[in-house]
Design a protein around this ligand. Structure first.
Ligand code: FES
Length: 380
């Protein structure tokens, strides 16, 4: 059996315009420049090889050339697994026309190419090509044992590359199946994405105003509270003061009566000042008011502006130190601004014979009250 030409040989033959020859000198594929001979032998016409690209072929192009379905000139000239059969057709006299690959109107994806390479079937044509339709690859009768392949970086044959990829995929599937059988988790759970932080949006103008107002209100809160407390306290105090006017003052005054002694204790034309400081009156005994010897209690308050006059025994008069008003021993005013005589208190003889002075009752001379018997006592 003739050895299959490599891709390099195919490409070199394509550039030279010929067909690659097997390494062992076997029968070569019909040359493109001899279509007449092919026709003469009954073989289908092979289109002339495409001109060289002038650059190294890409992996994709190599795969396409290997399958004979990829676009480009080298693919048209490259022998396919079906090509030897076609080349051998003139020898046998049979006319083998492989079924055209179905066109899908787009370039093949790598997945589709790998699937076609694994299944060994016919890969759909990427686009309508002007070359000779290539017969679909026959499915292998039995699965060939895995071959030892060099590393991927050293593989130059597209078929070896496809085989290496197939073996790698099968190995990975086997590993995954073994992991599932052992109960181990096939894949670690996808790392949960950290929860996106909620970034507060830019506050609106109204929200900013409301926030500023509330902040100012908080800052002024103590003063507002203090103001309300002061206002409430003042209002309560005012209410209490108004209510106080509803009740009269209750004065704890000392008793208004006092006993000053018996009438014989007082000398004629004399003034006793014993009760002036504590009680505010003098006990006077005199005959100079109406010619009668009488006793009476004379209030020690000036009738001008209320100053306490002094008794001047040498001058026999009361003299006010404030404005100089003068009063006789009877209490009649005679000098100074005092407008009227001094006033008397009510006097009476108590049960024990003592003179009792009652300050709750007053008698005024200008009102003719000194003639009242309660305003004096006859001296005995
Ligand atoms: Fe006595 Fe003015 S108060 S004279």
């Amino acid at each position: 059996m003739a050895e299959r030409p490599s891709v390099k040989d195919i490409l070199a033959a394509a550039r030279k315009g010929g067909a690659a020859k097997p390494a062992d000198g076997g029968e070569a594929a019909p040359a493109p420049e001899a279509p007449a001979a092919a026709e003469a032998s009954g073989a289908p016409a092979v289109p002339p090889p495409a001109p060289s690209l002038g650059r190294p072929l890409t992996l994709k192009e190599k795969l396409a050339a290997a399958r004979g379905a990829a676009p480009g000139a080298p693919a048209a000239a490259a022998p396919t697994p079906a090509a030897p059969a076609a080349a051998a057709a003139p020898a046998t006299g049979e006319k083998v026309v492989p079924p055209p690959a179905p066109s899908i109107g787009r370039p093949l994806t790598l997945k589709e190419k790998l699937a076609a390479a694994k299944s060994g079937g016919v890969a759909p044509a990427a686009a309508p090509s002007g070359g000779v339709p290539v017969a679909p690859k026959a499915a292998p009768a039995a699965k060939a044992p895995a071959r030892d392949l060099p590393p991927l970086s050293e593989i130059s044959d597209p078929r070896d590359l496809a085989e290496a990829l197939r073996q790698a995929g099968a190995k990975k599937d086997k590993e995954l199946a073994g992991a599932d059988a052992k109960g181990a988790p096939a894949k670690p759970a996808a790392k949960a994405k950290p929860e996106a932080k909620t970034v507060p949006g830019k506050p609106s103008k109204s929200a900013s105003l409301a926030e500023g107002t509330s902040r100012r209100a908080v800052l002024q809160f103590p003063w507002i509270v203090a103001g309300w407390v002061a206002f409430t306290g003042g209002l309560g105090a005012l209410t209490a003061m108004c209510g106080r006017f509803m009740f009269p003052n209750v004065l704890a005054e000392p008793p208004s009566t006092v006993k000053v002694g018996v009438p014989t204790d007082f000398a004629k034309e004399d003034v006793s000042e014993r009760w002036k400081a504590e009680w505010g009156f003098w006990i006077v005994r005199t005959e100079r008011y109406n010619g009668q010897d009488i006793l009476f209690a004379l209030q020690s308050v000036c009738t001008h502006l209320g100053c306490p006059p002094n008794w001047l025994a040498g001058e026999q008069k009361f003299k006010c130190p404030c404005h100089g008003s003068g009063f006789y021993i009877s209490g009649i005013n005679f000098e100074g601004p005092a407008p009227r005589p001094l006033e008397r208190f009510r006097v009476a003889i108590a049960d024990d014979g003592q003179i009792m002075v009652d300050k709750s009752a007053k008698f005024q001379e200008e009102l003719a009250q000194w003639s009242d018997p309660d305003s004096f006592l006859p001296a005995v």
